[in-house]
Design a protein. Sequence first.
Length: 57
Amino acid sequence: MIPKDPVMLLSFINLKLRDFYKSLEDLCDDLDVSEDQIVEKLAGIDYHYDKEKNQFV
């Protein structure tokens, strides 16, 4: 289960990307969550995925 609050989601996703996954796609596949929903929700608080950094910035 991933956080519903966008700020908590940001923290959760960036931590997982930093410590456990080499890409957002890998994280979403492993956790069985929609990449589009995560990207959309975090775009709502002006955060966007940076592939080179493997983080939402």
